[in-house]
Write a protein of this length. Structure first.
Ligand SMILES: [Zn+2]
Lengths: 317, 294
């Protein structure tokens, strides 16, 4: 079943009509074919109009769109011979973060990817992409593996945030995130992070302190969710749209702020409408970012990452 | 390297905590409600004589409690971009900053960095000011911690950080989040020079502050009763709709869960710190006394 956001509803209606007409004609009736073509042109126009002026709040909704490609989709499409590796070796296996080893364009890499799940069953299995300390500790373990064998690290970030729960706190959520950030900074192999959907606060940053940070065109990355920000500042979550504006959480704003290095263009209408080309575009961008980095030696890679983060915040919008 | 000149010519601010409060003032213990005489509180290092609650400290008071003879030099921190996002909610962020500065009566943000000695050993201490927008960490605080780390490296000093913070400065958006990586980098600068990095977790240490430099100490101390954790208790309660266990996210809870080395009452703090720094920085046995022959 496809999902439609509120602002996608006019599109959904048109596309429904096109579907119906096609069903009626089976391609024979010339009048119907004309009508289909006319409606398709209308859809295209509407898409262009809508997507030319998306509000930050609409971006948030798109970033969370249930049909958007998730971490596992990126792994399936981009990583050959992917071999999942599990566990933090101290408490458990956290399925909110997938990890493993495989080949990206022929080169062995270590991969870490948030996975939110796509239906009730898988959402529960992956805990909606909200990792616990064992998830970040697994990430750290796999970063050490990348380091030991000199393999580049690719991460795919898509999380509402780290899991807010008693057990997560008891096992040291804060420490686990801090150590994961530290491990990113210490890597002497190339690390490329791609925000594919929702970059939710520290839970995202733990996998995103990389040499290059890319964002999908309609993804968001923020210190706090617009809803939580609104309920703190406006004292009601109803101002989430205002908060989304104020937080400057779109890929376009983050590029201006020097926080990210590049934006991966999505197909018209967003990655959820054409999943495979969206993922392929990410693959191209990652390859382009990775190529110059593999030529650098370990200390230079670490130094480059360090300087990139040190320079951040020297300019505003 | 502008900030270097600031180190060479430090602005000597407070030397010994100034007496700004009349002795006859009363305070109410936020924990048990007991009325406490200001003079008694000063003598007890702002620990409630009735219930043992450790009250929050102004940075200057904290610094004078930790450095030898209460003497230290505060450094001027680098100037940073104000309001990088032009953030505006019901109020402009720049107005909120002005209000906070008016309330604390200083031109600074939520961090004070000072250097001096502890047990005769050169030490840099960075203290958060919870009164300044909840001690929240934005660019100024991140830059301040980087300056503290650079100063520690320059002086071959130990670095102690005392957070008291609700987390990231929301009004600086993604740039406040980036301070988690930047302050982790600050810790790394100190550690890679073989210098000790110690943390004293004070009330509260939560959110992005807890999930970065605050949890990376070589040794981590915590003040009794301090709230320490990643997600705020209220958010957890609302999410899981369960009652939180007694003492959840308190310093003692973290000790029981292996997240801090020790919970230290304030009156033992200075001695503990001095002992730890002595052990780490003077590892050789004292010179032996050898009787002269002849
Ligand atoms: Zn009391």
């Amino acid at each position: 079943m496809r999902h439609f956001l509120d602002f996608e509803k006019p599109l959904a209606e048109l596309e429904g009509k096109i579907e119906e007409l096609r069903h009626l004609s089976n391609g024979g009736d010339i009048n119907i074919a004309d009508e289909v073509a006319r409606l398709e042109a209308k859809v295209d126009r509407l898409l262009r109009q809508t997507y030319a002026k998306l509000s930050p709040w609409q971006k948030v909704q798109l970033a969370r769109h249930p049909d958007r490609p998730h971490g596992s989709d990126y792994i399936r499409e981009l990583i050959a011979e992917f071999t999942p590796l599990a566990g933090d070796r101290s408490f458990g296996e956290d399925r909110a973060i997938l990890g493993g080893i495989g080949r990206f364009r022929g080169r062995s890499v270590v991969v870490l990817a948030h996975e939110k799940g796509t239906d009730t069953e898988t959402r529960l299995k992956h805990n909606f992409g909200m990792a616990k300390p064992e998830g970040y500790r697994k990430a750290r373990r796999l970063m050490a593996l990348a380091e030991r064998f000199g393999l580049p690290l690719l991460t795919f970030v898509d999380t509402p945030g780290a899991y807010p729960g008693i057990d997560a706190e008891a096992r040291g959520q804060a420490e686990a995130i801090a150590r994961s950030i530290e491990a990113c900074l210490q890597l002497t192999v190339p690390m490329i992070a791609t925000i594919i959907g929702e970059g939710g606060s520290g839970g995202a940053l733990a996998l995103a302190t990389g040499n290059r940070v890319l964002m999908m065109e309609h993804s968001v990355y923020s210190v706090i969710s617009p809803e939580a920000c609104a309920s703190i500042i406006w004292r009601t979550a109803e101002n989430a749209q205002d908060a989304a504006e104020a937080l400057k959480l779109t890929a376009q704003d983050l590029l201006k702020l020097g926080v990210i290095d590049g934006i991966v263009p999505e197909p018209l209408g967003g990655a959820h409408r054409e999943r495979q080309p969206a993922v392929a575009a990410a693959g191209e961008a990652i390859e382009a970012a990775l190529r110059p980095l593999v030529a650098l030696d370990g200390p230079s890679l670490r130094q480059q990452r360090r300087e990139k983060f040190l320079a951040m915040g020297s300019r505003g919008l | 390297m502008n900030w270097l000149t600031n180190f060479v010519l430090p602005k000597i601010r407070a030397v010994v905590a100034k007496k700004d409060v009349p002795d006859n003032l009363w305070h109410k213990c936020p924990n048990c409600g007991q009325m406490l005489f200001h003079r008694d509180l000063e003598a007890s290092l702002f620990v409630c004589g009735s219930c043992g609650h450790h009250l929050r400290l102004a940075p200057e008071r904290r610094l004078s409690m930790l450095f030898d003879d209460g003497r230290y030099d505060a450094i001027e921190l680098p100037k940073t971009v104000l309001d990088p996002l032009k953030f505006r909610d019901r109020k402009r962020y720049t107005e909120r900053l002005k209000e906070a500065q008016a309330r604390t009566g200083t031109g600074r943000d939520a961090l004070v960095v000072a250097h001096g000695t502890v047990a005769g050993l050169p030490t840099v201490i960075a203290v958060f000011d919870f009164d300044f927008m909840g001690g929240s960490m934005g660019i100024a605080v991140g830059e301040g911690l980087l300056a503290a780390a650079r100063l520690a490296v320059l002086q071959e000093a130990a670095l102690l950080v005392v957070p008291a913070s609700g987390g990231a400065r929301m009004q600086e958006g993604i740039l406040s989040l980036m301070q988690m990586s930047r302050t982790t980098l600050a810790v790394e600068m100190v550690k890679e020079k073989g210098l000790p990095y110690l943390v004293l977790l004070s009330d509260p240490t939560t959110g992005g502050v807890s999930a970065s430099f605050a949890m990376l100490g070589d040794i981590t101390l915590a003040e009794p009763g301090a709230v320490i954790g990643f997600t705020g208790a209220r958010v957890i309660e609302e999410t899981i709709r369960e009652k939180l266990p007694e003492g959840f996210q308190r310093a003692e809870y973290l000790l029981d869960h292996g997240m801090v080395d020790m919970v230290v009452p304030r009156r033992e703090l200075r001695d503990t710190l001095a002992r730890l720094l002595g052990l780490l920085r003077r590892p050789a046995p004292p010179a032996q006394v050898v009787a002269l022959r002849g």
